[in-house]
Design a protein around this ligand. Structure first.
Ligand code: ATP
Length: 289
């Protein structure tokens, strides 16, 4: 069914109690709808409630209140359906503990056995860029290589929905780009992806929609282009005149550039026209611009 929701969350709440800080609402009433085939990113500062939300959706944490459906199932009430449901989802958690003595090859092949329709383990190892490390023990991998293995284990089961909690932490720039290509390929194959990230360029490059979470509440859900009125925000036009950098903000940058061009009789020195970046908008939204 093309329009069936992959994820439905209504009124989700989770409060932790600790001796040190008493009761604290980590998730304070969240509503979310993620369509099948969508890449959806959760953005928010440290402690905003992203991991708590994702782990509730994965069935690894209990909730206090609210409705949650992932692929039509409540992850807290799987019962006999547990294996069938887990067979359809994949995840990359924020931290993992695996048997450090196994090789990459052994680990990926081992995990493939948990699923009814796994991807080819050797292809997956290649896709995450670990072919050269295939026979290395996990304990000898670098932080970024270890993270690539986590991604391999997340996708080995050929999931319909993939949860990625800060998947590219520790990746070098080349590995991040390769990872983005992999995620786009999975999306093109129909995989739904829920991603948390602190990299705004990653959210912009991958996500169809983003949700900004602050203190357990959603501030806005939008496309990366339109978040916080970004698409209609004034453009900043800068240029060099008499050795001094000039700057104006405008709702109609094309007209301003035409005027400048007429004034300079052609090329405007060091002209640049920029709309606010996703990071500019995000920082403003979370109150730290
Ligand atoms: P980050 O970006 O740092 O990963 P996050 O948005 O994923 O942050 P969560 O890990 O969901 O945030 O944490 C939300 C809040 O809940 C934080 O204040 C955190 O300290 C608290 N919290 C999370 N897990 C627990 C726990 N097991 N017991 C008590 N408090 C917790």
């Amino acid at each position: 069914m093309a329009n069936e929701l992959a994820i439905l969350v209504q009124g989700l709440r989770k409060t932790y109690s600790s001796k040190a800080s008493g009761k604290k609402a980590a998730v304070a009433g969240i509503d979310l709808e993620v369509a099948r085939g969508e890449i959806f990113a959760l953005l928010g500062p440290n402690g905003a409630g992203k991991t708590t939300t994702v782990e509730i959706l994965e069935g690894y944490r209990s909730r206090d209140e609210g409705t949650v459906k992932v692929l039509g199932q409540d992850p807290a009430k799987l019962g006999k359906n547990s294996w069938a449901w887990r067979n359809r989802i994949g995840f990359v958690l924020q931290s993992t503990n695996d048997s450090q003595d196994l090789s990459v090859h052994e680990t990926v092949h081992h995990f493939a056995n948990y699923y009814s329709n796994p991807r080819d383990p050797d292809s997956v190892i290649e896709e995450v860029g670990l072919s050269e490390k295939s026979n290395s023990r996990i304990q000898t991998l670098s932080g970024g290589q270890r993270r690539r293995l986590d991604v391999a284990l997340g996708i080995i089961g050929n999931p319909e929905i993939l949860f990625l909690d800060e998947p590219t932490t520790g990746f070098d720039p080349e590995a991040r780009r390769a990872f983005w290509d992999l995620i786009r390929k999975l999306r093109d194959e129909g995989t739904t992806i829920l991603l948390t990230t602190h990299y705004l360029d990653e959210a912009e490059a991958l996500a169809d929609r983003v949700a900004v979470i602050v203190e357990g509440k959603i501030v806005e859900v939008a496309t990366p282009i339109s978040l916080g009125g970004r698409n209609t925000a004034k453009a900043r036009i800068t240029w060099l005149e008499n050795g001094i950098r000039q700057e104006i903000a405008s709702d109609s940058p094309t007209a301003e550039v035409e005027k400048l061009s007429a004034r300079f009789g052609g090329e405007v020195p060091e002209l640049s026209v920029v709309r606010p970046s996703l990071e500019d908008i995000y920082l403003k939204m979370i109150g730290k611009s």
